[in-house]
Design a protein around this ligand. Structure first.
Ligand code: AMP
Ligand code: GLY
Length: 419
């Protein structure tokens, strides 16, 4: 098969790395890819939102199957466009991708199907929202309805901060059209868990659980980021909890989406808060997590490509995924200054030595190969991922590899997967 992966981050490097190993894969392309992806796929310089150009490329190069990484193209209907052109694609239709593309839509699906989630209201008028927040008289969580590059959520510390977040979105237009509406919801407390399933329209197959570290610095200090590291499995995900999440959240969602005429296909990434009343859904993402996927795919023993094809073809019930014993840990190396301003173009050395151990993979998130060698081009730059017999062993191996990388312009947290 001829495969095209859409995206250019660490998640897409991990997807390309896994797909390239499949005996079914004859040719692998990635748009736009990056300096690490170039080692396993032919990178094509087409932006992820250039829908027409992506469809034209897929037709011209006789692509059999497209795997879409990021949420943006899914929400704007890339899968629909490819399928209409006769090209099979992995991921949800635009209608199904609304589970991530509209927080209000996702909450309404939960409410209509008795899926446990934070109590909420939707607003497009700031005065009405603020009056309701005053009645609640406690700090709440405010979310821009649409996609906001991970920055659309405020977990407020006070009623005043809750109202300020609403005004910032609805009156000041901080997120433009993505903030034409807000969801204001109950602030939940507990431990967070990310849970991943593959879905084929009717059947959901659990992948596994993972946890990421969102804050920039050690001990969960500093600003929020896209994720500074991850590990899998998550100790909080017992078989009982997994069964409960499947029965009470995932399966009802899959049935509900089919019932409203938008059967869900692709990977569904559910974020949960493990509250004293049980697991409650925080959010759905309609794509693989980044950097959780880097850790998860290292643990997958089965060929990934048939699983992605089965999700698209509706044949997941026949799939039997095999996982490696043990654990995987991903440490993100980011450019100094991230998630604020950072320098681009700094030299990275030592990757060959760092990745020599066969239990270590260095996925690239923001690099480019130049005449003078490998340079950093993004905020999150490298994802050092290691397998081990336990979280502790995988963690030690990942940090050992980090220590061999010579990149003075980068930093990482030292407490990823530490308890
Ligand atoms: P989301 O994009 O919806 O996952 O929100 C980003 C982060 O905000 C989550 O990972 C949680 O840490 C936090 N968050 C979102 N919703 C809530 C909530 N209702 N209560 C507490 N924290 C929340
Ligand atoms: N690691 C968080 C995300 O992928 O959204």
């Amino acid at each position: 098969m001829r495969i095209l992966v859409i995206g250019g981050g660490g998640r897409e490097h991990a997807l390309c790395w896994a797909i390239a190993k499949s005996p079914l894969c004859q040719a692998l392309f990635c748009a736009p890819g990056n300096g690490g992806i170039a080692e396993v796929a032919e990178c094509v310089p087409i932006a992820i939102d250039a829908t027409d150009a992506l469809v034209e490329f897929a037709i011209a190069r006789e692509i059999d199957f497209v795997v879409v990484g990021p949420e943006g193209p899914l929400v704007s209907g890339l899968v629909d466009r490819l399928e209409a052109a006769g090209i099979a694609a992995f991921g949800p239709s635009a209608g199904a991708a609304r589970l991530e593309g509209s927080k209000g839509y996702m909450k309404d699906i939960c409410a209509a199907n008795n899926i446990a989630t934070a109590a909420y209201r939707r607003f497009s008028d700031a005065d009405l929202a603020c009056a309701w927040i005053d009645e609640q008289a406690k700090p709440m969580v405010v979310k821009a309805d649409g996609l906001a590059a991970g920055k659309g959520v405020t977990v407020a510390a006070s009623v005043e901060e809750t109202k300020a977040a609403v005004r910032d979105i609805l009156d000041a237009g901080r997120f433009g059209a993505a903030g034409a509406e807000v969801v204001v919801e109950e602030l939940m407390e507990g431990e967070e868990l990310s849970f991943f399933v593959l879905v084929d329209g009717t059947t959901a197959v659990p992948l596994t659980g993972a946890k990421d570290h969102k804050r920039a610095f050690d001990f969960d200090q500093g600003p929020n980021t896209g994720g500074m590291g991850a590990y899998s499995p998550a100790s909080s995900l017992t078989p009982e909890l997994e069964a409960r999440i499947m029965a009470e959240t995932i399966n009802p969602t899959v049935a509900a989406m089919a019932a409203v005429g938008h059967p869900y296909k692709g990977v569904l990434y559910a974020g949960f808060m493990l509250t004293t009343e049980g697991p409650k859904l925080l959010e759905y993402n309609v794509r693989f997590g980044d950097p959780e996927t880097q850790a998860i795919l290292m643990r997958l023993r089965s060929d990934l490509l048939p699983a992605l094809l089965a999700s698209r073809d509706g044949t997941l019930a026949q799939l039997d995924l095999k996982w490696r014993e043990g654990a995987a840990v991903t440490v993100v190396m980011a450019a100094n200054g991230y998630p604020g301003d950072y320098e681009k173009g700094s030299q990275i050395k030592g990757l060959e030595m760092a990745g020599a151990d066969h239990r270590v993979e260095i996925f690239h998130a923001g690099t480019n190969r130049t005449d003078t060698g490998l340079v950093a081009t993004g905020g999150r730059v490298l994802n050092i991922t290691a397998l081990g017999s336990s979280i502790e062993a995988a963690r030690a191996r990942a940090y050992d590899a980090v220590g061999k990388i010579n990149w003075p312009a980068g930093f990482c947290r030292s407490d990823i997967a530490a308890r």
